[in-house]
Write a protein that binds this ligand. Sequence first.
Ligand SMILES: NC(=O)c1ccc[n+]([C@@H]2O[C@H](COP(=O)([O-])OP(=O)(O)OC[C@H]3O[C@@H](n4cnc5c(N)ncnc54)[C@H](O)[C@@H]3O)[C@@H](O)[C@H]2O)c1
Length: 440
Amino acid sequence: MTSLSSLTQLPQTHIFRKGDVFVLFGELFGRGYASGLVNEARQAGMEIIGITVGRRDENNALRPLNDEELAAAEAGLGGTIINVPLMAGFDLDAPAGEPTPTELLGALTLKTWTEDKLDWAHIEKCRQIGIQRFKDAVAQVMARLEGMIADGRNVYFAHTMAGGIPKAKVFLAIANRVYKGKGERFLSSQVLLDSDLGKLILQNFDEVSANSFQYLIEGSAALRARIEASGGQVRYSAYGYHGTEILIDGRYQWQTYTSYTQGKAKMRLEDIARDAWAQGIKATVYNCPEIRTNSSDIFVGVELPLISLLYALKKENGGAWAEAQWQACNALLADGHTVEEVLAKVDAFHGSEVMQGFRDFPAWPMPNSQALADLMIGTSDEIVQMHTDRKALITDLLSSLVLEATGPLMLRETSAPAGPVLWLNHDIIARQLNELHAGA
Ligand SMILES: NC(=O)c1ccc[n+]([C@@H]2O[C@H](COP(=O)([O-])OP(=O)(O)OC[C@H]3O[C@@H](n4cnc5c(N)ncnc54)[C@H](O)[C@@H]3O)[C@@H](O)[C@H]2O)c1
């Protein structure tokens, strides 16, 4: 894979220290990628500031957190939360008295949705309203930050936002089939993307997962200028996804989850970082490995490449600690099953002709196929069934290891980033983990 710009060395620079400020641009969930970064920022002694996406009231109006929600969110983050709703996307925005895009989707039916048409002029009005609402909220957040960040501090903005699936009944049923359906329940992702419904969803993904990063960079221009003029540094990172190099047949090879319908938005996110970089702004998208989180659990099978991290831990000289991770994984399996058997299933999955056809970097993100869905979802189900408890999976343990490694990798690399788009593949994740746990 020649077009991947991968992080190949453990970053050594560390500009962030006590008194510097870490701003999390997205909410924090325990299993989410951001928790690795927040932990690392805390260890560095940084002050942690967060935001909220807000909540919806009974009429779907966006509101700030109430006192109880705010206290819980601040306790979870271990920092102050600026209580201005920063929900991205426009699925629930509309001119006063007119229907929102989600309400328009209410007219679609499971029988007719592939042919049903949407009113694009109206949707564009809703999109503009959503964008303006978000930009206004960013301006309010920045005004608050101005008063919270002193001259000369270094500031790290960590964007985590991704999503944008509208809460329309018809789509929830379709999503279940596109992302989880095999056999007769299979549904082609291309059919979805060709429909008006799919086109609307892609626009919303763009707003939530990509453009929100641009509005953050633009909205913080004045703050950035003041900090830089007073001797501080300002950095931005975002989480991307564009496949991952993992060990297949003993060598690191690029592979991807398919169908990643959010892929176009993630490429847009990369472009936003490149454009910012061209203007001298240090913004880096870290393309991260597949892990299981609140957001990714909808994609059944996305966790399969993660299991191969066990190979990387050994290959990158993990010694006794790597061996202990193999044992810990073994302990999660039901009697009669072994990690070796699970890995053999993953190897057969990657070795299949079906999967080899999807290891096509220039063609990314490809639509799914019946053969892929049957194989991937089938393999995922079989592996889950080999566990003692389906709520304690090998992929839970490995997910927590990956997010532990991404914390130091991202915070340190962002001190002196090598470029606007960097892949964190299994090799560097394993090396970072082995270094963190050396002697353990
Ligand atoms: N899980 C994976 O396998 C994986 C792989 C590579 C990259 N990522 C990326 O990592 C980032 C964090 O995701 P995660 O998987 O840790 O899950 P997560 O559920 O912990 O995080 C999702 C984030 O998106 C925010 N968000 C969701 N909808 C939003 C909206 N409408 N407006 C504003 N913010 C919204 C949430 O507040 C949260 O901060 C995302 O950018 C995701 O695409 C995840």
